[in-house]
Write a protein that binds this ligand. Structure first.
Ligand SMILES: Nc1ncnc2c1ncn2[C@@H]1O[C@H](COP(=O)(O)OP(=O)(O)OP(=O)(O)O)[C@@H](O)[C@H]1O
Ligand SMILES: [Mg+2]
Length: 239
């Protein structure tokens, strides 16, 4: 059996005594975009945190690019290019846009290529160049999400996980960010895991998707399959 580029293999996660993920598996090829959808509390954030080394799995494996990263700390994941853009953006509000971006260059290689990466980001989002010396906390929600996305990109991800990038934002801004994400996936082979409550938007961007319900993956398939799946339609697409 050929090994997948990225493979979350039957992970189980507990917070204290309470188990929140049961044998959760998802996988992606290089350059593929997968979506993880499901209702509040289903375990989406926990899944990507576990896949990024930010919460411990007590059973199961996380494999990336031929390496088993299970049990490593998040530093190790970052060094291998596994980067999470967290839910709620988590910017440093009293630092400038530029300083926030700098904080994302968290591996040796990312640090050494910082200048060229920032130039690339400014070409994607000219607004961030204009606002480079503004305090991040005073940016609009949409601008903050651009910074959060870009700060993640500063780490030169090979696998980029985005947790609810669209939350509370105008559709056009989300479209901008998704367009850039897709471009990087196509041009540079970036693999993307997208966690989204806006299931329609997520499945429009993604190649494949997984539906997480109460800590279990119940449905998976191509984006097209999920979009026409009766259960998905009823529960998540509102018709
Ligand atoms: N640090 C924590 N300590 C204890 N329980 C937690 C912790 N983080 C999450 N949980 C619980 O784990 C379950 C899954 O939470 P998680 O944040 O992964 O869900 P989610 O699918 O991302 O939800 P949402 O759509 O609201 O962001 C929830 O029942 C939540 O209360
Ligand atoms: Mg969440």
């Amino acid at each position: 059996m050929g090994e997948k580029y990225f493979q979350v293999d039957k992970i189980n996660v507990k917070y204290g005594d309470i188990q929140v993920l049961w044998d959760v598996s998802f996988e992606a090829d290089q350059g593929e975009i997968i979506a993880l959808v499901g209702s509040n509390g289903a375990g989406k954030s926990t899944s990507v945190k576990a896949a990024g080394g930010l919460v411990k799995v007590y059973d199961g494996h996380i494999r990336f690019d031929g390496k088993d990263l299970t049990g490593g700390n998040c530093r190790k994941f970052i060094d291998y290019g596994v980067i999470l853009c967290p839910e709620g953006r988590q910017l440093f509000p009293n630092m400038t846009v530029y300083e926030n971006l700098e904080m994302g260059a968290c591996s040796k290689e990312a640090e050494s290529r910082k200048k060229e990466t920032i130039e690339k980001i400014y070409s994607w989002f000219p607004k961030l160049k204009e606002r480079s010396s503004q305090m991040a906390g005073t940016l609009s929600g949409g601008e903050q999400q651009m910074v959060a996305f870009s700060r993640g990109m500063m780490g030169l991800p090979k696998l980029f996980m985005m947790d609810e990038p669209s939350l509370g934002l105008a559709p056009t801004i989300v479209d901008d960010i998704f367009r850039i994400a897709k471009k990087v996936a196509i041009e540079e082979g970036l693999t993307i895991v997208l966690v989204e409550q806006d299931v329609r938007k997520a499945l429009k961007l993604a190649d494949r998707g997984y539906v997480l319900e109460n800590g279990v993956i119940n449905i998976s398939g191509t984006a097209q399959e999920l979009m026409t799946n009766e259960e998905v339609k009823k529960a998540y697409l509102g018709f």
